[in-house]
Design a protein around this ligand. Structure first.
Ligand SMILES: Cc1cc2nc3c(=O)[nH]c(=O)nc-3n(C[C@H](O)[C@H](O)[C@H](O)COP(=O)(O)OP(=O)(O)OC[C@H]3O[C@@H](n4cnc5c(N)ncnc54)[C@H](O)[C@@H]3O)c2cc1C
Length: 440
């Protein structure tokens, strides 16, 4: 299609963003008989969608680039879906239902989906614009960090990662592994602990000690004052407010994400932190939907794929004309993709009013489990070391199951707890006053 052409079809769905959400939506729609007749996907990255989650193992050298590919361009063609890559949508004219890309292409749509994801947040400190300051969001970021790590494996050097959440930890550990001991990696965390949104202090300290043992230089309660340039204007150091000066040939900023909303805002859609959507992922314009990290539902924005997959199911069904229940936000569990470190967490990090705490800690083995229960129901868990029971705990929490009968065995893991709960259920069924007996 010539860059300036514009199509005029009657049932045309256009999806902006060929990332995790946009791609998954196409996959879901492809199998539906009621799908829109004409689907176009426009993504500004040069390659078809890849598994962004796997950028961390790619950086760490644990996975090959090819393993990240989700589907190649041929797959889209086979599904009768037009895929436009390397072009950014710069304008949406809602009155004309027409959008424009940075290549000058215009496209008419009947339905539009915004799946524009998010961008890395940046702390307001001087020096962030210096060459050598990187982020960790897409394939090009990962490749730049891989090149840096490989180069420094031979020459030696220093990297500083800002942010001790999931992404910062995965970036730091990936760089450390790439650097093969030739690169010193420091990690700055503002809070008093790593992963402060997911972990309590004990689990965070276990994690910190394990990563320190591998050679990561971790600074908690760290306040960055500025980044300093060398004579050539490249970043060369990170200065903290307590006077600490960390040499840095590369700085990776991983302090969080901000939904990409500028396109939606300029088009006059309702935007708070993210693009506001209802339970069917519809924006303030009934012809436009949004999903994934760019959207906001009931005040929540998103940063993990699990809720996004559920949004995809709802929106795909809706776009295919099926009757579908609206999206409901439910809690998510967290895992860290650092090989050799097992942790699993969900729910509040600290006990709240009415919470009972059950905990098991074996400092020698580096094993820790802490459960938060309210009225016998599980509301939060932090597991470090042996995390096998994590998904079972999460299931029980989502189901709101009363676990009082299995309480004594709860910390022993799923199998033991299940035996106790089943035995308690059997006893209740055998009782002459049990509902089962009365019904019989
Ligand atoms: C390194 C890394 C590791 C992660 N690990 C995990 C994990 O272990 N578990 C987990 O659940 N989540 C993880 N995540 C988060 C997960 O990748 C995101 O939640 C997910 O990618 C969000 O999907 P999305 O489609 O909303 O955004 P994205 O995947 O970012 O896709 C948005 C796409 O839209 C494109 N775009 C934006 N604006 C325009 C425009 N105007 N025109 C055209 N195209 C545009 C973007 O370039 C991008 O390709 C990780 C993220 C990163 C970066």
């Amino acid at each position: 299609m010539p860059a300036t052409s514009h199509s005029a079809v009657t049932d045309h769905l256009v999806i902006i963003g060929n990332g995790m959400a946009g791609h998954r939506l196409v996959e879901a729609l492809a199998g539906k008989p009621g799908r829109p007749a004409h689907i176009t996907v426009i993504g500004d990255e040069p390659e078809p969608a890849y598994n962004r989650i796997l950028l961390s193992p790619l950086l760490a050298g644990e996975m090959a680039r090819e393993a990240l590919t989700l589907h190649d361009g041929d797959w889209y063609a086979e599904q009768g879906i037009e895929l436009i890559l390397g072009e950014r949508v710069t304008d949406i004219d809602r009155a004309a239902r027409r959008l424009t890309t940075d290549a000058g292409r215009t496209l008419d749509y009947d339905r539009l989906v915004l799946a524009t994801g998010s961008r890395p947040a940046r702390p307001p400190v001087p020096g962030l614009e210096l060459p050598g300051v990187e982020v960790f969001r897409d394939l090009r970021d990962a490749e730049a960090l891989m090149r840096f790590g490989q180069h420094r494996a031979d020459e030696g050097g220093n990297a500083v990662v800002i942010g001790g959440g999931l992404l910062g930890l995965e970036a730091a550990e990936g760089l450390r592994k790439r650097g093969q001991g030739g690169l010193r990696v420091s990690l700055l965390q503002r809070d008093d602990r790593l992963m402060n949104r997911q972990l309590d202090l004990i689990a965070a300290r276990l994690l910190e000690n394990a990563l320190r043992g591998r050679g990561l230089d971790i600074h908690t309660d760290a306040r960055l004052e500025r980044l300093e340039p060398d004579d050539q204007g490249r970043v060369c150091a990170a200065l903290l407010t307590d006077g600490t000066r960390l040499p840095a040939d590369c700085v990776v900023v991983a302090i969080g994400i901000l939904p990409k909303v500028s396109l939606a805002r300029a088009a006059g859609l309702e935007v708070n932190r993210g693009i506001v959507v209802d339970a069917w992922l519809t924006t303030s314009d009934p012809a436009i939907h949004a999903l994934g990290e760019c959207c906001e539902f009931e005040g929540q924005t998103f940063g993990l794929v699990e809720p996004i997959w559920r949004q995809v199911e709802v929106l795909a069904a809706h776009l295919a004309g099926e009757t579908v229940a609206g999206y409901v936000d439910t809690p998510c569990a967290t895992k860290l993709k650092v090989s050799g470190v097992a942790l699993y967490a969900f729910g509040p990090t600290e006990p709240e009013a009415g919470h009972e705490v059950l905990a098991y800690h074996d400092p020698q083995q580096g094993d820790y489990r802490r459960l938060l229960l309210k009225d016998g129901r599980l509301e939060g868990a932090v597991l470090y070391g042996d995390t096998a029971a994590g998904p079972w705990y999460f299931e029980q929490a989502l189901a709101g199951r009363d676990l009082s009968a299995g309480r004594a065995a709860l910390l022993l893991g799923a199998a033991d707890a299940r035996v106790r709960l089943d035995a308690a259920a059997d006893t209740a069924t055998d009782s002459p006053h049990s509902p089962a007996k009365e019904a019989a």
